[in-house]
Design a binder for this molecule. Structure first.
Ligand code: PLP
Length: 469
């Protein structure tokens, strides 16, 4: 029998009899027909697999491992917490490490936010945000119980649970479940300069067009029936790292204010330093009422996410029932809080957000230099250390590749062969156009590593297209 520490020998190719799932993997992976490569170890920015291969993790997994893997300081902080207590029912009790983390998070919003609610995943945080928005209008004086609707955007991703998926405009992830999703969600266009702006249009005109569209949606749904407008400040997985044009969020915030609705910003992927400020809204001349955070919060050392609420919301609840009508067994998990507190301490004391800004400029400039000339690169865009590259069949018309061409996945596979991870996103479905890849390197990246990453991405992209049949 194999030693307990040895991983099972798993072939990365499909089994001869695909019906025999157990022969592939006992884990229910995304696909049941083949098992993904097994990770055996990860250190710093590198991840090693059971087949002996090693990659430079330029996406921090799913945009998570922002300070790199295996940081001994985070390990120490988690062990210290385990030695005190490993779990706490945070629905009934508080604990010092949760208090410290919440204080750190509130401090990072320059006093805009009032309270932090800690959970385990981005989807949970979005569910909590929806319920919080609804509860706010039940508690505010006088109550506005007619506010039951939300407005979200096309091409967005807010999570995989039914509420958060209902909010999402990710057509492929919604398609099987459409009949089960919430019907109280209206949708407006994404802010996507590459796909949305027409020839000759100024940024101001584009912003006005989107603000008018949001205004019309409020009117159509009933202006006083909407709880909140919900958006990712930089669209991550669905469209492939698309920042808003300047002035967009300010204008959307004004429409929300006009109708007395809340602004919910989903910074699960783009926040906690990833885009060059702790929160993206700090660059946008807008302040959310509710904000969600996750990936860079715990850097992957624990499953942790958060919802931050501003004073308006907190005061309404304090003056009302005094209770948030929500709760999770694992909310405010002390070990996760210890991990996140240490990750955030490292980010703050080592000025890593400043490093994100500096190396982000370098990464953007190099990606433009290396990839803009490629005939199949339609658009390179990003903010901080969060960049996307969109591929097109025809650069002049921006015609996307057909879905069957599987371009983003081919680039991902080529990247893995050449030792680099690139997060693929497949568009070309019901209004979501364009295969793309995402890059989200660690906040600790050096200029030398950024150069290496950019050259590698160039090599991967050029080779993939050269080798197309
Ligand atoms: N919101 C955004 C913007 C995301 O990118 C994601 C995940 O990628 C989620 C929500 C859902 O987070 P989770 O996968 O942790 O549930």
């Amino acid at each position: 029998m194999a030693a307990a520490t040895e991983p099972p020998k798993i072939s990365s190719s499909p089994p001869e009899n695909p019906e025999n799932h157990q022969s592939v993997s006992a884990v229910l992976h995304r696909t049941l027909k083949s098992a993904p490569p097994q990770v055996l170890s990860a250190n710093g920015k590198y991840v090693s697999f059971s087949d002996g291969s090693r990659i430079l993790d330029t996406t921090c997994g799913a945009g998570v491992a922002c300070i790199g893997y295996n940081d001994k300081r985070v390990r120490e902080a988690m062990i210290n917490q385990i030695d005190k207590f490993s779990y706490c029912n945070s629905m009934f009790f508080g604990h010092p490490i949760g208090e410290q983390l919440a204080t750190e998070l509130i401090h990072g919003t320059d006093g805009v936010m009032s309270k932090a609610y800690i959970m385990c995943s981005g989807s949970e945080a979005m569910e909590a945000a929806m319920k919080m928005a609804r509860q706010y209008y039940m508690e505010v004086s006088p109550p506005q119980p007619q506010r039951v609707n939300f407005i979200a955007r096309e091409g967005s991703y807010h999570g995989t649970t039914l509420g958060s998926l209902s909010m999402s405009g990710h057509v492929a992830r919604r398609s099987l479940f459409t009949d089960m999703l919430l019907s109280n969600i209206g949708r407006v266009s994404a802010c996507n300069a590459y796909r949305g702006m027409v020839e000759g249009q100024t940024v101001e005109e584009y912003v006005q067009q989107l603000a008018d569209e949001l205004d019309r949606k409020f009117q159509q749904m009933g202006p006083d029936t909407v709880c909140a407008f919900v958006a990712e400040p930089v669209v991550g997985a669905t469209l492939g790292c698309v920042p808003a044009v300047p002035g967009y969020f300010k204008a959307m915030g004004e429409v929300c204010r006009k109708y007395g609705a809340l602004l919910i910003l989903d910074e699960v992927m783009s926040g906690m330093g990833r885009c060059g400020t702790l929160h993206v809204w700090q660059q946008e001349d807008v302040q959310p009422d509710i904000q969600t955070i996750a990936k860079g919060l715990g850097g992957g050392y624990a499953s942790i996410a958060g919802m931050l609420i501003n004073h308006r919301i907190a005061d309404a609840l304090k003056g009302g029932t005094g209770t948030f009508s929500h709760g999770h067994t694992y909310q405010g998990h002390p070990i996760a809080c210890a991990a996140a507190l240490e990750v955030q301490r490292i980010i703050r004391t080592e000025n890593l957000v400043t490093n994100v800004r500096k190396t982000g400029h370098q990464l953007g400039a190099l990606l433009h230099e290396y990839l803009d000339p490629h005939p199949q690169v339609g658009n390179v865009r990003g903010k901080g250390l969060f960049w996307g590259i969109e591929f097109v069949a025809d650069k002049a018309t921006k015609e996307p590749f057909p879905r069957s061409a599987n371009i983003a996945n081919l680039i991902h596979v080529k990247g893995m062969k050449l030792g680099i991870s690139l997060y693929p996103g497949v568009g070309t479905m019901d209004g979501i156009l364009g295969d793309h890849i995402l890059l989200a390197p660690a906040y600790t990246s050096t200029p030398k590593e950024i150069k290496e990453i950019s050259l590698k991405v160039k090599e991967v992209v050029y080779k993939t297209f050269e080798e197309l049949p």
